[in-house]
Design a protein around this ligand. Structure first.
Ligand code: UDP
Length: 320
């Protein structure tokens, strides 16, 4: 297939682009490099540095079978500080992309959505029919795109799949053997934060709160290996069908506490990794665990890698 991958120089987009190229698809990556890296573009993919609004229309006019849409702002705290930025980029940018797709008659999209659309859960595990109640402009902007996709499917016959990611971690090697991993300038995520402090020996890891209503008092999250996550995108591409908007959670269905994640990092690295317990981070729900029953049943997807492998690959990658 001929595919446009927006945000394909970022962490998740580059891993998906690598799998698509390796599977024989013709991949063009559009990325403004605001957070991505040109050297993450996998072998065999064409790279265009540019903007969704300005540059997607011309690329789509060349003809494409589908778009995989990763380009977005994704920092929760930044979205709270500057909501307009998130509405403009994440919703406005995507609406411009959808209209360019219509103009060029591109029939299908796989959209990078997030568990942040659910907010504070009413029940665990979280299924796709749970009431979405985002607690940040980031989650709200992603949920708004999901609503737009439902409408474009119903009114314009678009084939759309949204994948709602839980906590993505780990790294993979591309076809040339190079690691593709997490390299955020502003890193907020638990596993890369722990591994960076371990690597640099630069002080204790802050664990945000140990008074949550969980077995060890720290928050519980559902981790998914980026390679497993990417594989789900290839299945989603095959599951796109006209005038339908399908929504799938992507996690593992298993939760690990922050202290269990720290223990896995200590085990993998063989390092002591000092810890200090600090204040809760505002807006963190105690437990987020996905139900992945729907994607298992409908697309036959199952995660292949556990937490230890995610930590081991992130550590081997060394980008973190
Ligand atoms: N966390 C932490 N220390 C850090 C980074 C994160 O204790 O340096 C906690 C955070 O409060 C949450 C969990 O780790 O309970 C996962 O946070 P992350 O930012 O990785 O992902 P989120 O679940 O917020 O998307």
């Amino acid at each position: 297939m001929k595919l446009l991958v927006t945000g394909g120089a970022g962490y998740i987009g580059s891993v998906v682009a690598a799998q698509l190229a390796a599977a024989g698809h013709q991949v063009t990556i559009l990325d403004d490099l605001s957070t991505g890296h040109a050297d993450a573009v996998p072998p065999g993919a064409r790279f265009v540095r540019g903007d969704l609004r300005a540059d997607a229309p011309a690329l789509l006019a060349e003809g494409a079978d589908a778009v995989l849409h990763f380009a977005a702002k994704s920092l929760v705290a930044e979205s709270v500080a500057d909501p307009g930025l998130y509405w403009s980029h994440n919703l406005g940018g995507t609406l411009a992309l959808l209209d360019a797709m219509r103009a060029a008659k591109v029939p299908a999209i796989v959209f990078s959505s997030t568990a942040a659309v659910y907010g504070e859960p009413e029940a665990i595990p979280i299924g796709e029919t749970a009431r979405p109640r985002p607690t940040s402009p980031y989650g709200a902007s992603k949920l708004a795109v999901d609503s737009a996709l439902t409408e474009y499917a119903r009114l314009h016959g678009l084939a759309a799949v949204s994948l709602r990611y839980f906590n993505v971690a780990g790294a993979v090697r591309d076809a040339s053997g190079r690691w593709l991993g997490e390299r955020h300038t502003v890193e907020t995520h638990l596993i890369p934060n722990i591994l960076k402090l371990a690597r640099d020996q630069s002080g204790p890891v802050s664990i945000f709160g140990d008074d949550y209503p969980t077995a060890d008092g720290s928050c519980i999250r559902d981790y998914i290996h980026v390679g497993d996550l990417a594989a789900a995108h290839l299945l989603a591409l095959g599951a796109c069908s006209p005038a339908e908007h399908k929504i799938y959670n992507l996690g593992s269905g298993t939760g690990y506490s922050n202290l269990e994640v720290l223990a896995a990092c200590r085990e993998v690295t063989g390092l002591e990794i000092p810890v200090k317990i600090t204040e809760r981070r505002p807006g963190d729900p105690a437990v987020l665990v996905a139900s992945c029953e729907r994607i298992g049943r409908e697309l036959g997807w199952q995660p292949q890698h556990g937490l230890r492998q995610m930590v081991a690959d992130a550590w081997a990658c060394g980008d973190c």
